[in-house]
Design a protein around this ligand. Structure first.
Ligand code: M6R
Length: 612
């Protein structure tokens, strides 16, 4: 997720903008840029790399303008580069725009604008915005104060997806217009000046008085004023709110830790990952892929290769691909795969899953697969990362930067992307139509079901309080639920340092049951209607031996049998890990907090494992 800063006042804008961007660095980014107005013309300074590099750009000190916009970019469309960095201008250099979010229909709008004679210089979705504004501006013959606002409103009415936008124009050197939809934007009120940002921390040192914008509220800012309009451009009143947060809690949007913030960001991460790729009634599309029926029919095996949590996402992917697409699929741990001489040829498709795209073992496994002639596909959260540069094809989760070492929103976004990939394959292969239909519906409903699932927090916190001093915890599940058991055990180990083991529930009596003793904690996941009774019987066996039990389920079970039951919304079994993992992410989080540990930076662990 990118960062936005803006300023309109009486001071030189550029140092304020750069200072604001520096305060957003914690979010992660790959490029930065600013734009100001001087002598009725727009200046832009931008480049790939760190914000502080902006100080070295020639001419930056000469920017005297007192109005400006600024941006840190986290690449979504097009690799990190100067051309793709924001701000972007329209062809006539009348408007300069920064944008957070994703314009899902940008291809369609780009084609339209190209037909109208517009030229594009970047690969971004954002560059269509200033040009679309120009398109409407040039068609508007009224010369009144609202002409710029009208053109922006008309442009926004064509945009599908999410956006927070700042616009400045050489024709209106004393105004800035901002608007948002599904992407945050706030306005900080100063003394004869206004500050704008996607995130409160960037401007918290300048003011504590904020206007918080709602979706499709437009604002015309001047030095002394902020005028608010609704989506139909009717004037509205906004209340100023005073923010008491300190700088550190502001960076986390008021959450105590990044991990908790990221857990709560999952509905957005998944909405953005679904993007325009999937709708209920049209065929699934990946602009980046051009697989044919002949090719998919020729595949002898798919390998899903990854490490840690990303490998657990692969396990959920295997279930779907094998069942729906009928292609044999194996999941491999990258550090094993690279040394085990896997059977690979030119009929093998190797898929590499990595949030960071920089994991050394995953990169090595990818190189090996290429050497052996496989087609390679990268799934990453970071555009331009090493695996995406190395692979034949790349597709992306749009979870935004994940800062906590323990992966949460990246995992659920990976499972979503794998489910969309499964549908893409099945539609090309023309198989499993009924299942594809039901899976599509389930994926689209996920964000709102995650919001419902997150309501279990208080119950989970209580259970966490009961078990935070334990030494061992067991996680059990069958089928897709076992993949969640694995991921949940890893999460608990990572951030609470409790020894946690996961087993397929049916394996219990083949050994692990010997470890079950009075008062031990056993957590189970039961979301597959075909398997729920079997898992209940397994849990019955541990209850008989004195275990405390927590169950996460979307099935009707006898709650009285268990100590705590977390009911989550029903969904298609293939994507149930996306919901069932959430209470268990929260459980690890609250146990770690009870133990007074550093949730975001657990001992001995790095966010990105770039060495073997
Ligand atoms: O960046 P990657 O997805 O390649 O990282 C893989 C693992 O290192 C990562 O998922 C790790 O297991 C997490 N810390 C789990 O929370």
């Amino acid at each position: 997720m990118c960062g936005i800063v803006g300023y309109i006042g009486t001071k030189k804008a550029s140092p304020i903008l750069i200072n604001g961007l520096l305060r957003l660095e914690y979010r992660g980014y790959d490029s930065a840029g600013i734009s100001t107005i001087e002598n009725n013309s727009i200046s832009i300074m931008k480049d790939k790399g760190r914000v502080k590099n902006l100080y070295n750009l020639s001419g930056i000190d000469d920017l005297e303008g007192t109005i400006g916009i600024a941006h840190t970019r986290w690449a979504t469309h097009g690799k990190p580069s100067k051309e793709n960095s924001h701000p972007h201008m329209d062809n006539s250099k009348t408007f300069s725009v920064v944008h957070n979010g994703i314009i899902e229909n940008y291809n369609e709008l780009k084609k339209f604008l190209i037909k109208e004679g517009y030229i594009f210089y970047s690969q971004t979705d954002t560059e269509i915005i200033p040009n679309l504004i120009h398109y409407y501006y040039s068609k508007d013959n009224k010369q009144d104060d609202l002409k710029l606002l009208r053109s922006i409103k008309n442009a926004c009415s064509k945009l599908k997806g999410s956006f927070a936008i700042e616009v400045i124009s050489k024709d209106y050197p004393d105004n800035m217009i901002v608007v948002r939809k599904d992407s945050p934007l706030v306005i900080g009120k100063g003394d004869n000046e206004n500050y704008i940002s996607s995130d409160i921390p960037a401007i918290l040192s300048f003011t504590r008085e904020f206007y918080l914008l709602e979706d499709l509220e437009f604002v015309i800012l001047s030095r002394h004023d902020a005028k608010f309009y609704d989506k139909d451009l009717n004037s509205i009143n906004k209340r100023i709110q005073t923010i008491e947060w300190n700088a550190s809690s502001a960076e986390k949007d008021g959450f105590d830790d990044y991990m908790l913030k990221e857990i709560y960001e999952q509905p957005t991460a998944i909405r953005e990952t679904i993007g325009a790729k999937l709708t209920e009634d049209s065929k699934c599309e990946f602009d980046e892929l051009d697989f044919t029926k002949e090719y998919l029919q020729s595949i002898n095996k798919i390998y899903l290769v990854a490490c840690g949590t990303a490998m657990h996402a692969g396990l959920a992917g295997k279930n779907m691909i094998e069942h729906i697409c009928k292609i044999p699929t194996e999941v491999d741990i990258a550090s094993e795969f690279r040394y085990r001489d896997p059977i690979i040829d030119n009929k093998t498709l190797c898929v590499f899953i990595s949030q960071s795209g920089e994991t050394a073992d995953t990169i090595a496994a990818l190189k090996l697969s290429k050497e052996k002639g496989a087609k390679t596909l990268a799934i990453s959260n970071v555009i331009g990362s090493s695996i995406t540069r190395e692979a034949d094809f790349s597709i992306y989760t749009h979870a935004g930067p994940e800062i906590a070492v323990a992966s949460t929103k990246a995992y659920t976004s990976q499972v979503v992307l794998l489910s969309i990939l499964t549908i893409y394959f099945a539609e090309i292969l023309k198989i499993s139509e009924k299942e594809v239909k039901s899976l599509k519906k389930a994926i689209i409903e996920l964000p709102s079901k995650i919001e419902k699932t997150l309501k279990c927090t208080e119950k989970i916190k209580k259970f966490g309080h009961r078990i935070y001093q334990e030494k061992d915890v067991f996680f059990l599940g069958r089928g897709v639920d076992e993949t969640v058991a694995k991921e949940s055990a890893l999460k608990l180990k990572e951030i609470s340092y409790i020894h946690a083991e996961s087993y397929p529930a049916g394996e219990l009596k083949h050994g692990p049951i010997a470890l079950i003793e009075n008062n031990i904690t056993v957590i189970s996941i039961m979301t597959d209607p075909k398997l729920v009774e079997k898992t209940v019987s397994n849990i019955q066996e541990v209850i008989t031996r004195g275990a405390k039990t927590l169950v996460v389920t979307n099935q009707k079970i006898d709650d009285k049998m268990f100590d705590t039951v977390i009911h989550i919304p029903e969904t298609n079994s293939f994507v149930s890990p996306i919901l069932s993992v959430i209470p268990l992410q929260l459980l690890s989080y609250y146990i770690s907090k009870e133990k007074g540990l550093d949730v975001d930076k657990p001992r001995n662990l790095a966010k990105s494992v770039t060495v073997e």
